[in-house]
Design a binder for this molecule. Structure first.
Ligand code: COA
Length: 687
């Protein structure tokens, strides 16, 4: 629902907070597009509006927002400096104490300061599609305008603590069940206001004066400790909310406000806020802004393996018609079954309704005849990582598809220039590198060739955003942004294993930094064979950089190709229970060192982390030096969205700045000394 013109005075040139008084009723409209954030001029406007409705002696004031949503929070762009007056807690206290009671009339996403504003109103009514949440923890913050103290007084301590600590929004129906809403309506908000006023309940006690039901939060604390994975804000949000049970509102709110302001200056919050804005700017490159993307209706996917099926499922979920192409009917059927399994999983988990599942099935077809792609607006090949196979697919697609349609390769390492070289309509080809499972992972690397047109890039970005993905532009190099850094990460991990560290100690050390998986666990999960094939390719081409450690090759030769392999073994043993350390591997590594006469070194946990991070940060800087990434934030988005780098650490580039480049420089010198000739130094590390 969008409230376009709530009053004759609203619209693009309307005041930021508009008041219309009709008889004894006031309609107060916030107009601060795009999401009605509570910027300083909105706070001032609310104070003025409050005085006007009180002076006029209105019996009620309905508070609505124009555009796509009720207030979606404080203005994050103001958080870098001291908050200008009036401060939000004072505005909300004034609204709560107003002689004229306020009715919050909500739609869209009522988040953070938006929910705090609603809680200060006497009544809350909402469109049934509205969502409510306190997402401050996602920005390394806690609410700062009474949210943690008012919410438990309305919906109970346990529910409020959960909402504040996990940052996840709830639906209008759920919020109503919690006791957070006086009415849920479907349709015209003005009609809902009128009927609510017609049977206006007695003015309830101010939220801040209500008692709080105490609750045992022990289980919730354990849950949040586990899910926070090193991020500070969730537990602070929980503990601050718990204060509502023991402290008067004013005291709890004072502590909440101070904690909120302190957290604004914390490295974690700065990291998360930077990523918030970066994930919006990086996905909309400035040079493409003036170009209207071509509409995409029909998507063709070539290759029905895990990746192709995932891309097909993501495209179906975005409402596209999807044709899956395979080399023969049997493979097409297998691909179809994979897509069907994803739809069935979404249905079983309640993520989608029967109708939606049916619509997706109806929009999907699979076969082996390429002419079915003739009217596709975009084709994405996700076949075997072999340049000849991929070229053959591109040739067949180019024959049947219009030159206006996009043809993309999902290669993770190969040069899209070579795959499309010499084909007609060169501007339409590009790389779109999805991450597995493609129906879930948000990152997509967008790789232009030398000939890709800006029109193609604009359409590709819009298409990826439409799938709910985070597209990031990358230049051409081996592994693009993400996998190129991953290769450096793995190389340095291998060098330490070669010289004395246990692979399990390396994984543990990286967990300590907050990585969900260490490098060896990750290899077991994704399978060792892909990177093995890739190393062979680089060795054959003479492009392997520096020292070569072949322990992983030996595991592959033994059939230990990871969790999904027939042996169900890789670096770890997954035969009985996933991820058991294997003494055989440890013995093999030791024997490998002895055979090569390597004197075993000891690496502390801190050394392991610093050396790996030095390799990562150096590679990231090389990528910037070479113009492969357009900004340091683009690299941080790739590594936080695609590789599990903790968001509260901001990504490798932010982490490096916070840690201090001198410290990283020392660690880089150490890895150069450990494996001479193996590292090309980025400009910042050149001595
Ligand atoms: N403060 C300042 N700007 C905000 C904002 C906020 N609280 N919330 C969103 N914006 C800006 C975005 O940066 C974006 O700006 P741009 O168009 O210049 O890039 C614009 O509003 C639209 O946001 P976007 O996220 O692209 O739109 P969406 O429809 O996908 O999502 C929201 C809308 C509100 C769900 C989402 O923006 C969001 O979650 N915002 C943060 C909410 C929050 O954390 N509130 C608590 C703050 S403490």
């Amino acid at each position: 629902m969008t409230i376009a013109t709530a009053t004759p005075e609203s619209g693009p040139d309307a005041p930021v907070v508009n008041v219309v008084i009709t008889g004894s009723h006031a309609l107060v409209t916030i107009n601060n597009p795009p999401v009605n954030a509570l910027s300083v001029h909105v706070r001032k406007g609310l104070m003025d509006a409050l005085h006007r409705v009180n002076e006029a002696g209105c019996t009620t004031a309905a508070l609505v927002c124009s555009g796509r949503t009720f207030v979606a929070g404080g203005d994050i762009s103001e958080f870098a400096g001291p908050p200008p007056l009036p401060h939000l807690p004072d505005v909300l206290d004034a609204i709560e104490a107003s002689t004229t009671p306020f009715i919050a009339v909500m739609h869209g996403t009522v988040l953070g300061g938006g929910l705090e504003l609603a809680l200060a109103c006497a009544w809350r009514i909402a469109d049934e599609k509205t969502r409510f949440g306190l997402p401050e923890v996602n920005l390394g913050l806690i609410p700062g305008a009474g949210g943690t103290q008012r919410l438990p007084r309305v919906i109970g301590l346990e529910r409020a603590a959960r909402m504040a600590a996990n940052g996840k929004p709830v639906s209008a129906r759920t919020f109503e069940e919690f006791g957070g809403l006086d009415l849920v309506f479907d349709g015209d908000p003005m009609a809902a206001i009128a009927s609510f006023r017609d049977a206006l309940p007695a003015r309830p006690a101010n939220t801040s004066t209500r008692p709080v039901d105490d609750a045992d939060l022990t289980a919730l604390k354990a849950e949040i400790t586990k899910s926070a994975k090193g991020s500070n804000a969730p537990m602070i949000a929980l503990e601050t909310t718990a204060l509502a049970a023991t402290l008067p509102f004013a005291e709890g709110s004072r502590i909440e406000r101070q904690t909120h302001l302190d957290l604004r200056d914390s490295a974690q919050s700065r990291a998360l806020r930077r990523l918030f804005f970066a994930s919006r700017s990086v996905t909309r490159p400035a040079r493409l802004k003036a170009i209207e993307p071509a509409p995409v209706n029909h998507v063709a996917i070539v290759g029905g393996g895990l990746m192709g099926a995932g891309i097909a499922a993501a495209s179906l979920a975005a409402g596209h018609r999807v044709t899956l192409l395979e080399r023969d009917t049997e493979s097409a059927e297998a691909g179809q079954a994979r897509v069907e399994a994803i739809i069935a999983r979404d249905l079983a988990s309640g993520r989608i309704s029967d109708d939606k599942a049916e619509a997706r099935r109806a929009a999907f077809s699979a076969g082996a005849d390429y002419t079915a792609a003739a009217d596709a607006d975009i084709a994405i090949e996700a076949v075997f990582e072999d340049p000849d196979v991929k070229r053959a697919v591109f040739t067949k697609l180019a024959e049947v598809m219009s030159e206006e349609a996009l043809i993309a390769t999902n290669t993770s390492y190969l040069d899209p220039n070579l795959i499309s070289d010499g084909m007609p309509g060169p501007g339409r080809f590009l790389g779109l590198h999805f991450f597995s499972p493609a129906n879930i992972m948000k990152l997509v690397e967008v790789v232009g060739t030398a000939a890709t047109s800006d029109q193609t890039m604009a359409t590709a970005f819009a298409f990826a955003r439409g799938l709910g993905k985070i597209p990031v532009e990358t230049g051409v190099c081996d592994g693009f942004i993400g996998n190129r850094i991953l290769s450096a990460y793995r190389r340095q991990a291998d060098y330490m294993v070669a010289d004395g560290a246990s692979p399990y100690a390396v994984d543990e050390a990286m967990h300590g930094l907050g990585m969900p998986l260490g490098p060896y666990e990750l290899q077991d999960l994704t399978g060792l064979q892909i990177s093995w094939a890739n190393r062979k390719r680089q060795l054959a081409a003479g492009t392997w950089p520096g020292r070569y450690v072949d322990i992983a090759d030996k595991l592959c030769e033994l059939g230990r190709q990871g969790r999904g392999s027939a042996a169900r073994k890789g670096w770890y043993d997954h035969t009985e229970m996933a991820g058991t350390r294997d003494p055989e591997v440890e013995a093999m590594v030791v024997a490998w060192r002895v055979e090569r006469g390597i004197t075993q070194q000891t690496f502390t946990t801190d050394e392991i982390v610093m050396r790996i991070m030095a390799a990562i940060v150096n590679e990231a800087h090389l990528i910037l030096d070479e113009g492969i990434a357009t900004s340091d934030t683009a690299i941080d988005i790739v590594w936080t969205e695609g590789y599990g780098f903790p968001k509260h650490l901001g990504g490798p580039m932010f982490w490096a700045e916070e840690t201090g480049m001198d410290t990283i420089r020392d660690a880089f010198a150490a890895i150069e000394a450990q494996s001479p000739g193996s590292w090309k130094a980025a400009d910042v590390f050149k001595s």
